[in-house]
Design a protein around this ligand. Structure first.
Ligand SMILES: NC(=O)c1ccc[n+]([C@@H]2O[C@H](COP(=O)([O-])OP(=O)(O)OC[C@H]3O[C@@H](n4cnc5c(N)ncnc54)[C@H](O)[C@@H]3O)[C@@H](O)[C@H]2O)c1
Length: 257
């Protein structure tokens, strides 16, 4: 770090930034000159990412909140704005999975999946919009699960589908303020979130689960957190100035076949 200045002077909050895709994105945004609010439900995870950014000479602040709880979200974003004076970029990345077909899905898991993925996106966006300058930008986190049926992932598919629809609604509503809103729908990325899913697909055998997943990917590999962070960087940068309401699929060709 620093690798560039594509986000020089920008104030950005990334949710779920303590691990995986969110952490890689927080590191990249900081490397490109942004001051990053590293928001996570886990204090240790948020601090861990801030330490990594500090070591690279970037600027970051840990923000602890459960994105499904309005008062925690508003306090965290309020702290960030009070410390830095504004907000230009929000990446609604925090999400949780939920296993099971509709025939067997657990009701509490269903509600938690919607609370974190969908309500969390709404609450963080609403809180951010109180502070965001006109011309700011929001990226939401979808999944290929919004676009194709993934076996035994009913709640997750439905929640990510809702995020795609919400993104289009937000893009239209916020266009008069020149606030752009886009959604990323990644294919499988090897992160802690995906490990239980890969293991289940391999009937307990992670390697088998990986092999069964890879056959769905024409490019012959899973994604990396950095693959998705690079797309997020493009979407929040001025290079994407004419894009809003777009559904972007960094998925190794998974949905192309
Ligand atoms: N990994 C994949 O294959 C994949 C594919 C498509 C979409 N996604 C989506 O990308 C996002 C990030 O996934 P990941 O694989 O990097 O996950 P991850 O589990 O590695 O990281 C998620 C982070 O979010 C935090 N988090 C969870 N619930 C939270 C809450 N209620 N409030 C605040 N923070 C919370 C966790 O503590 C964790 O640090 C999710 O929305 C996920 O659905 C992931």
């Amino acid at each position: 770090m620093p690798t560039g200045e594509r986000l020089a002077g920008k104030l950005a909050v990334v949710t779920g930034a303590g691990s995986g895709i969110g952490q890689a994105t927080a590191l990249l945004f900081a490397a490109e000159g942004a001051t990053v609010g590293v928001l996570d439900v886990s204090t240790d995870a948020a601090s861990g990412t801030v330490t990594l950014i500090d070591k690279e000479g970037g600027a970051a602040q840990a923000l602890v909140a459960d994105v499904a709880r309005a008062e925690e979200v508003e306090a965290a974003l309020g702290d960030f704005v009070a410390a830095h004076g504004g907000l230009h970029v929000l990446y609604n990345n925090a999400g949780v999975g939920s296993r099971g077909s509709v025939a067997v899905a657990d009701e509490d898991d269903w509600h938690r999946c919607f609370a974190v993925n969908v309500t969390g996106t709404f609450l963080c966006s609403r809180a951010a919009l109180r502070h965001m300058s006109d011309g700011g930008t929001i990226v939401n986190q979808g999944s290929v699960a919004a676009l194709v049926g993934i076996p035994s992932f009913a709640a997750y598919c439905a929640a990510k589908g809702a995020i795609v629809a919400l993104t289009r609604s937000m893009a239209v509503d916020l266009a008069p303020r020149r606030i752009r809103v886009n959604v990323i729908c990644p294919g499988t990325v090897y992160t802690p979130l995906m490990e239980p899913m890969l293991r289940a697909r391999g009937e307990g055998d992670l390697e088998l689960g990986l092999a069964r997943t890879l056959v769905k990917y024409p490019l012959g590999r899973l994604g990396s957190p950095e693959d998705i962070a690079n797309v997020a960087l493009f979407l929040v940068s001025d290079e994407a100035a004419f894009m809003t309401g777009a559904v972007i699929t960094p998925d190794g060709g998974m949905t192309a076949q």
